[in-house]
Design a protein around this ligand. Structure first.
Ligand code: NAD
Length: 315
């Protein structure tokens, strides 16, 4: 079946799926969005609610879909699953969500998709690897939202601390989307200046202490939001929109999506986040930066944590 380059199928009509579609609709990026969920009533409700805003935005069709919509979609986004509850770690969710992802991937696979599959359900790195096993798609086309959200949180917190537009801050979180994530300070720049050099000339704060605090805040962001309001969905919704734009418009943007490594960064057989050039066919190239020794060690530790989680999953 011929691919519709502006079609997105979304599996999972919960808070994350709906927030993402609400953001996506307004951009005019997609011409067709199909929403799929076990809960047919919820899908109907979301589709009606979202459609009532269509007179105010560029033309787009939003519909209650079926897995057949994955056959000609350019992008299939999977947000279905159980969510983290207060006090629960992401990894505790694993087997429950792995079983859901296995069943969903089986149904997507039945459609012989050529789409890029974007996994979001947590623990996202592990479930991206589960999806890669279940879908007959190359590793470049099965990606996870990974640390795109964490990198956005990192940029936002740095920009707020330094009083600078977040768009002038380049900063990357690598590794697990979770507790072992790695702030890549050696790759962090403000106004094109490596952050440590920038801080040395700014003198506004005791930067070593603040760097530690900011990294900790990034790591704990999701826990705080879940404590305060039950779950996170707007930040991830916009992160998914950013990845969608890179794919649908073939932007070749550098994003820290979760991808299967085959020796890059001296790591293999594991999905985790590293900077990738993302375009129409998914990950077009993994950007191999030279990390500082401590960062490389942290990345290897993160890969070790993820490997242990993946080994627990019954495939
Ligand atoms: P939610 O409970 O609001 O929605 C989940 C939806 O999945 C429900 O509508 C449910 O009916 C559907 N579902 C469950 N099993 C299904 C199946 N087998 N087939 C089709 N649909 C099915 O949850 P949410 O807040 O939208 O979160 C969804 C997932 O996204 C969670 O795993 C959450 O942890 C994750 N998440 C990831 C990130 C990230 O950065 N990767 C950020 C936030 C949330």
């Amino acid at each position: 079946m011929k691919r519709n380059d502006r079609k997105v199928a979304v599996v999972g009509a919960g808070s994350v799926g709906a927030s993402y579609i609400y953001a996506l609709l307004q951009t005019g990026l997609a011409s067709e969005i199909a929403l799929i969920d076990l809960d047919a009533q919820r899908v109907e409700g979301e589709v009606m609610d979202l459609s009532h805003g269509l007179p105010f935005i560029p033309p787009v069709s939003v519909k209650a879909g079926t897995y057949a919509d994955c056959a000609d979609a350019h992008l299939v986004v999977v947000t279905a699953g159980a969510k983290q509850i207060p006090g629960q770690s992401r990894t505790e969710l694993i087997q429950k969500n792995a079983d859901i992802i296995k069943s969903i991937c089986g149904q997507i696979q039945d459609q012989n998709p050529t789409a890029v599959a974007l996994m979001v359900t947590n623990p996202v790195d592990t479930l991206t690897q589960v999806a890669l096993r279940r879908l007959s798609l190359p590793r470049t086309k099965v990606i996870g939202s990974g640390a795109v959200l964490d990198s956005a949180r990192f940029k936002y917190l740095l920009s707020r601390h330094c009083g600078i537009d977040a768009r002038n801050v380049h900063a990357y979180i690598l590794g697990e989307h979770g507790d072992s994530e790695v702030p890549a300070w050696s790759m962090t720049h403000i106004a094109g200046i490596p952050i440590r050099k920038y801080c040395e000339t700014c003198h506004a704060c005791d930067y070593a202490t603040h760097h530690r605090e900011i990294a900790e805040q990034v790591r704990n962001s999701a826990y705080h939001i879940i404590d305060y309001k039950g779950s996170t969905y707007y930040g991830i919704g916009l992160s998914l929109l950013r990845i969608t734009a890179a794919i649908l418009r073939n932007e070749r943007s550098v994003l820290t999506v979760s991808t299967y490594l085959k020796g890059e960064y001296d790591l293999k057989d594991i999905c985790l986040s590293v900077p990738c050039i993302v375009g129409a066919e998914g990950v077009e190239r993994i950007v191999e930066a030279r990390l500082e020794a401590e960062e490389q060690e942290q990345l290897e530790r993160s890969a070790h944590v993820l490997r242990q989680v993946f080994e627990q999953v019954s495939l």
